[in-house]
Design a protein around this ligand. Structure first.
Ligand SMILES: [Zn+2]
Length: 253
């Protein structure tokens, strides 16, 4: 059984066949799915979806792309959703993305900090999206030693991954791991303890080979498990068992 630790099933890309896809997970070997929220609107949808499917868990949070929506009222609603729905297991996805910078860095940092504080208050793990913001991301981790979680779709160095693992964090790998030019991700996946690795699709994005560029879904997660098994010299069954346990430990399921 696989655990897709990061899947955006509430995304518009699934509007036409969401029910069909969600219902098919068990027959595809996907036993658990974590659906992070991307915004307040998305978090509300996640809250609803988790009530429909036993194996679907959720998180609430505002992605750095919409960091400017975060205010007291939004944080209060996230807190309420966490308290009312026991299947909301984390705050996320939150973080920093300096790739496009549509949202100024200061606003991103403010929203990230406020949501880290919420996770601390609620004693929940966080799902961090961090792209091209390694230094500020690590600074935030240092500022909240009580808060841990996962750096999803990890894009940093092996050295930074080890630094995070030593502080109690998990590292999430997407279909990037299967790309032909994935030297860096492969290096990280071989350098850190297996007990801290979780697998994710980040669907509808980041489809693994041989589906690269197509719409991704949790039914394609087996490709990441196959690749990790190859990198670590394990059987696919061992990788499935270990990464699923890791995901359950991460989200306290
Ligand atoms: Zn995501």
């Amino acid at each position: 059984m696989l655990f897709d630790t990061h899947a955006h099933m509430d995304d518009r890309a699934f509007d036409l066949d969401r029910e069909e896809l969600l219902a098919a997970f068990p027959s595809q070997g996907v036993g658990l799915v974590m659906n992070p929220g991307c915004s307040l609107a998305s978090s509300r949808n996640v809250d609803r979806l988790t009530r429909q499917y036993d194996y679907l868990y959720g998180a609430v949070g505002s992605h750095p792309d919409v960091a400017d929506e975060v205010n007291e009222a939004v944080l209060e609603e996230y807190g309420m959703l966490c308290k009312q729905n026991p299947k909301i297991k984390a705050i996320g996805e939150i973080g920093l993305d300096y790739h496009y910078e549509d949202i100024p860095r200061d606003i991103q940092k403010q929203a990230f900090r406020a949501q880290m504080a919420l996770a601390k208050e609620l004693n929940l793990p966080v799902i961090v999206h961090e792209r091209e913001a390694h230094e500020d991301g690590m600074k935030m981790v240092e500022d909240f030693p009580e808060v841990t979680g996962v750096f999803h779709c990890y894009s940093g160095s092996a050295e930074m991954a080890k630094w995070l693992v030593n502080r109690g964090w998990y590292i999430g790998f997407t279909g990037v791991l299967t790309f032909k030019n994935a030297r860096k991700a492969v290096e990280v996946a071989s350098a850190i303890p297996l007990e801290r690795i979780v697998l994710e699709t980040d669907c509808p994005y980041m489809a693994p080979e041989p589906f690269r560029g197509k719409r991704n879904d949790p039914g394609k997660l087996y490709r990441m498990a196959e690749k990790l098994a190859e990198i670590r010299g394990l059987t696919v069954e061992e990788v499935q068992r270990i990464t699923t346990e890791n995901g359950k430990r991460l989200y306290r399921i």
